[in-house]
Design a protein around this ligand. Structure first.
Ligand code: C2E
Ligand code: MG
Ligand code: MG
Ligand code: MG
Length: 279
């Protein structure tokens, strides 16, 4: 962006801005290249049922195959440039293909969550695309979960809710990601059509402190009283797991049980009980 300065509307770039811009331009071209050359891949992070330790599903996490740029850097650029639309379709197709492969192999199917950016909600063609892709591979929509963040609701609230209702209408599940960061508001939970709340790592890092435990327990009860499920993400410590179990949290995702894995590794742990890892 060009910064305007002073009364003369004198425009300038300082060196930092220039560096940043150069960085973005490079990332954008890496993304365009990756779209053309199959340069993306997905990792899958296990989600575990707290009570039993069983693997219940996955979150698909996007990577550039050469791994040089992390999602925290390239996702914002993909959003700004609009490339997220095409990238998001690639992710959707890849996830549906994966479920079809597991089906073919006779494995008991487990849902995969896909991260969704605000821009993707403005894409009216996405729903049609998704339905078509599911039909083509005969995959049940119930095995797809779409993760949205509250940021999505800051604009276009009515059409956003309509879009989410359509998604839900075709049988796809919806999860509210990064809950507990920034402008989290409990009132959202009463009007956005979601099935599951994902408690953000920043919240989970703090809840063991005495005053916060009560907040965590009440939050979990509140989510349950609205008929929704709750998953805690970024769980690294056994202590957190134990306390969340007492609080009645449904699912856990985090390094304690598993990092995001390549597909070959996923198939090895598909029927794993993750409690063995910590006992
Ligand atoms: P997110 O959706 O909140 O995903 C969780 C992030 O936390 C992932 O980072 C995951 O690798 C990391 N994580 C999981 N467990 C732990 C843990 O125990 N400790 C720590 N320190 N980290 C943990 P990742 O893969 O780098 O992705 C970052 C963000 O990029 C995601 O945050 C999501 O917002 C976005 N993203 C990733 N893939 C996609 C995609 O396909 N589409 C869109 N639109 N966004 C994506
Ligand atoms: Mg997510
Ligand atoms: Mg998250
Ligand atoms: Mg995030």
């Amino acid at each position: 962006k060009v910064k305007q300065s002073g009364k003369n509307n004198y425009m300038f770039f300082d060196t930092k801005m220039l560096e940043k811009l150069k960085g973005k331009v490079e990332i954008a071209s890496a993304l365009r290249e990756a779209l053309k050359t199959e340069g993306f891949k997905l990792l899958y992070q296990p989600q575990i049922r707290v009570k039993t330790g069983e693997l219940v599903g996955f979150e698909a996490l996007l990577r550039l195959k050469d791994q040089k740029i992390s999602p925290d850097l390239f996702i914002p650029v993909a959003e700004e440039t609009g490339l997220i639309i095409e990238i998001g379709k690639w992710v959707t197709k890849e996830v549906i293909n994966q479920i079809a492969v597991w089906k073919e192999k006779g494995l008991k199917l487990k849902p995969i969550a896909i991260n969704f950016s605000a821009k993707q909600l403005n894409d009216e063609k996405y729903l049609e695309f998704l339905e078509e892709a599911l039909k083509e591979k005969s995959v049940n929509p119930a095995y797809i979960e779409i993760e949205i963040t509250e940021g999505i609701l800051l604009e276009r609230t009515e059409s956003t809710i309509a879009f989410l209702n359509q998604l839900k209408g075709i049988g796809v599940k919806i999860a509210l990601d990064d809950f507990g960061t920034g402008y989290s508001s409990l009132s959202y939970l009463t009007f956005i059509p979601v099935n599951k709340i994902k408690l953000d790592k920043s919240l989970n890092d703090k809840f063991l402190e005495i005053e916060n435990i009560k907040v965590m327990d009440s939050l979990i009860s509140l989510v349950h009283s609205l008929g929704l499920e709750v998953i805690a993400e970024g769980i690294e410590e056994e202590e957190q797991y134990k306390r969340l179990k007492i609080g009645g949290c449904d699912y856990i995702q985090g390094y304690l049980f598993s990092k995001p894995l390549a597909i070959e590794e996923i198939e090895k742990i598909y029927n794993h009980n993750f409690l063995e890892k910590i006992n």
